[in-house]
Ligand binder design. Structure first.
Ligand SMILES: C[S@@+](CC[C@H](N)C(=O)[O-])C[C@H]1O[C@@H](n2cnc3c(N)ncnc32)[C@H](O)[C@@H]1O
Length: 403
């Protein structure tokens, strides 16, 4: 019986993963997703004000994906004046000793723009479960990411831990994970038969994350992509690369030689059934998503507002209530602190909505329905204007509110 690829803390996992990356082109595909999805998060968070940015990478492997994430963050920060002085701290967690050593070697010679002395690393050779029990310096992370590693932990427990113990208030959890496709089908078929432990159901972790986010009231955004993996060599018993790829697909060390022959044949024909043939090669579907999870600060603020309203009304004397009703909303608004609460909400949620690409006419039109005395409209416009000024676009914008 083959053992889990992860039980091997030497180079085997790394070699097998390397072949998988080459045959799928996953690195480039992931990089495209990261390049697309991370910059808007950096802008949204107003990180530059804080002069520091903390990133936690769980299941960091040899650090290749981590370094790309950091490069994208750094390049985004450098678009702003203060970007050059922001310090970035990256804590990486992975139980595989060989991968951690490769990571350490990679950071000795950091590529540009990470080599300016403003990026610091801590590499923790331990599983996420061990990390949770360890007493590392508690830090507030702006980004926590799991790049193709969420499969190996209990998803809900891991996300809850990150929200409670790791993430800053405006922080984001980013997961990149495979969805239904060749690799997920193979692993989920073999899961019953394989004797190694996988922390969570592997077949569609993204559906699972959506479920967990809805249950906990978190905000979740999903970006999907599809491509293919060339598995031709898996069918050649003499191919070293083929055998390493088979190990990765089955997540089992030396699968072809350690499992019984009948089971190996059954698995190979299962893989073949999941492929299509093109130019004499066998390709399997690969689907993956980048998921961004964050807390719904807005709804908490709403709760606070309504709680204070209910409190004031419930505990006020009847006479005072009548007074409020007769004097109208102004007094009620004052008593509840609603104006400040709304302003907080606007400040938090409007900036990310301000379009980065301005239409040709270079104007922004806003329709306010039920505008009242215009007080909230003016706060709204102020937030938009401030956001535009940051991007040097304000001078060429005409804000045109219509009531
Ligand atoms: C598919 S690799 C991804 C590596 C890296 N993030 C990348 O994208 O190149 C999954 C990584 O998760 C790590 N891993 C497995 N179980 C883990 C656990 N319980 N806690 C943290 N990392 C784990 C493995 O050692 C491996 O390096």
């Amino acid at each position: 019986m083959g053992s889990s690829l992860f039980a091997n803390s030497g180079s085997l996992y790394s070699k097998s993963h390397r072949v998988f990356l080459d045959k799928s082109g996953q690195t480039e595909k992931i990089n495209d997703l990261i390049q697309l999805c991370i910059p808007p998060l950096i802008n949204e968070k107003k990180i530059v004000k804080e002069q520091s940015l903390n990133v936690l990478s769980i299941g960091s492997g040899n650090g290749q994906a981590d370094l790309f994430v950091l490069k994208v963050i750094k390049e985004e920060l450098m678009k702003t004046d203060l970007g050059h002085s922001v310090k970035i701290f990256n804590r990486a967690i992975d139980p595989n000793l060989y991968s951690c050593d490769l990571y350490r070697a990679a950071i000795e010679n950091l590529p540009r723009p990470l080599n300016d002395g403003k990026v610091a690393f801590e590499i923790c050779q331990q599983s996420f479960e061990e990390y949770q029990e360890s007493h590392r310096e508690p830090l507030s992370f702006d980004i926590v990411h799991f790049i193709h590693s969420i499969y190996y932990v209990d998803i809900e427990k891991a996300l809850l831990h990150c929200f409670e113990k790791e993430l800053s208030g405006k922080g984001k959890i980013i997961c990149i994970a495979s969805r239904r496709g060749l690799i997920c089908s193979v692993v989920s078929k073999l899961q019953q038969k394989l004797q190694w432990h996988v922390g969570s159901e592997i077949y569609d972790v993204v559906d699972k994350m959506i479920q967990i986010a809805n249950k906990n009231g978190w905000k979740i955004e999903v970006h999907d992509q599809e491509y293919s993996i060339d598995v031709t060599e898996v069918f050649d018993p003499h191919s070293t690369e083929g055998n390493l790829l088979l190990d990765f697909l089955t997540q089992t060390e030396n699968f072809r030689n350690t499992e019984d022959k009948e089971f190996v044949e059954e698995t190979l024909s299962f893989i073949r059934d999941l492929t299509y043939v093109k130019g004499g090669k066998f390709f399997g579907e690969k689907k993956e998503s980048l998921v961004v999870i964050s807390s719904r600060i807005s709804s908490r603020y709403f709760e606070v507002t309504s709680i204070s309203l209910i409190y004031s009304l419930t505990f006020s004397r009847k006479k005072e209530l009548l007074f409020w009703l007769s004097r109208g909303l102004n007094r009620l608004t004052y008593k509840s602190g609603q104006t400040e609460k709304i302003n907080d909400l606007l400040q938090l949620h409007i900036p990310p909505l301000v379009p980065t690409k301005i239409p040709q006419e270079r104007s922004l039109n806003i329709l306010s329905i039920g505008s009242g005395n215009g007080q909230t409209d003016l706060s709204f416009l102020r937030v938009i204007k401030e956001e535009l000024i940051k991007t040097d676009r304000a001078q060429c914008e005409d804000l045109q509110p219509s009531h």
